[in-house]
Design a protein around this ligand. Structure first.
Ligand SMILES: C[S@@+](CC[C@H](N)C(=O)[O-])C[C@H]1O[C@@H](n2cnc3c(N)ncnc32)[C@H](O)[C@@H]1O
Length: 377
């Protein structure tokens, strides 16, 4: 049972969420405010309490105070962690996810629903040359299961330190990056000296991974519609000493930021984020089917617009951290039909002969992700 200061702090954050702030943003804001005044263990307990509330939300009674509901959620979590079978699959299907989901996914595996109710794993991506040094320094790390043909530097951090405060993070030796996101970089498998375009680069998680895989040789164009995110990318890339990139704002329209023809183009598209619902359970209750369909249209447009920039023999990689049919297989099928000049490209660097893969959280112990690849004929 949690102490009441943790329940009170969690309830205060939940009030902020009820007033319209997304839970992850409210927690980030709380973290920034308390980083230097409260112990890391206390901040972790508060985050855990808030996320646990949203994980078990449909089991709670809204008539109870927020403190009582958080305490009830924590008790349910403890029971589930000790004995996952104590919560029946039918109860998970009815309460762990919104009702509309069943019509938007081809299948809702029971093992995925169970995984959704567990606290998520924390993955880090050491720079390739730093993997051993980082694992040694951080100590409580487990390597990812190897993929046939590809060396993964990914480490699962099992300790309790605030990784952002470690010297290794500040030196740019590693980034916090989910394993599924790291697999997107490996799906691209860029070679040193190639020219790539990371079309939806955001704050640069994939750009920096591509740069590391390219040994800082060649060039990556990093675009996004958000200048604020591109600004963050610059700071992160400087810390990682990733220099072989050039940032170029792009709204996603037909007019491209360059006439360059690329060896590879990555579309890490905006999506409904269903694959992140273990990490961010509040999003289960705010995401709507209209988001799925509006974003599917954006994804199709992005692919359509970037296709001409892939050079003959070049690769096009599509990735979304969602599992909804309309944003995954349907987008890939529509693109293949509209673009016979692109041939499906087996994802051999991920150990698969298939040209598209649904990565499931319960199989990877990471976010869910869909990846599809083509080669221009
Ligand atoms: C999934 S996130 C990218 C994450 C990033 N690649 C990373 O690894 O950190 C999708 C990005 O697409 C951007 N975006 C959204 N709509 C866009 C559009 N129409 N054109 C270009 N970028 C867009 C968002 O600003 C967001 O940064």
């Amino acid at each position: 049972m949690q102490t009441s200061p943790v329940l009170n702090e969690a309830a205060r954050i939940l009030q902020q969420v009820q007033a319209g702030t997304p839970a992850d943003a409210a927690l980030r804001e709380n973290l920034a405010r308390t980083r230097h005044v409260s112990a890391p263990a206390r901040r972790r307990e508060v985050s855990h309490a808030v996320f646990t509330y949203f994980r078990w939300w449909r089991w709670l009674s809204p008539r109870d105070s927020l403190q009582t509901q958080v305490a009830a959620a924590l008790a349910l979590q403890q029971r589930f962690d000790q004995s996952p079978a104590s919560v029946k699959p039918e109860a998970l299907a009815a309460r762990a996810v919104p009702d509309w989901l069943a019509t938007e996914m081809d299948a809702v595996p029971a093992a995925w629903l169970q995984q959704l109710q567990r606290p998520p794993a924390l993955w880090i991506r050491p720079q390739q040359a730093e993997a051993t040094a980082v694992a040694t320094a951080l100590r409580e790390c487990e390597p990812a299961a190897p993929l046939s043909g590809t060396t993964l530097a990914a480490l699962r951090y099992t300790g309790t330190r605030d990784l952002f405060l470690t010297q290794q993070f500040q030196n740019g030796q590693f980034e916090i990056q989910d394993l599924a996101s790291q697999l997107v970089g490996h799906a691209c498998a860029p070679q040193p000296g190639e020219i790539w375009w990371d079309t939806c680069a955001g704050e640069g998680g994939k750009t920096m991974h591509l740069s590391d895989l390219m040994q800082n040789k060649g060039k990556i164009w990093a675009s996004d519609r958000s200048l604020r995110r591109l600004d963050q990318l610059k700071k992160r890339a400087a810390r990682a000493k990733a220099f072989n990139y050039r940032s170029a704002p792009w709204e996603g329209g037909e007019k491209l930021p360059t006439k360059t023809k690329f060896d590879g183009v990555l579309v890490d598209a905006p999506c409904s984020g269903i694959g992140t619902w273990q990490r961010n359970p509040h999003a289960r209750w705010t995401t709507q089917p209209t988001d799925v369909h509006e974003l599917a249209a954006v994804q199709q447009r992005l692919l359509q617009h970037v296709a001409p920039s892939v050079k003959s023999g070049g690769r096009l990689i599509y990735a979304v951290c969602t599992l909804a049919r309309a944003e995954t297989t349907a987008v890939a099928e529509a693109f293949s039909t509209a673009h016979p000049e692109f041939a499906p490209l087996p994802l051999t660097s991920l150990g698969s002969e298939k040209s598209s893969l649904m990565l499931w959280p319960h199989e990877l112990n990471a976010n869910g992700m869909f990846i599809a690849a083509w080669r221009r004929r």
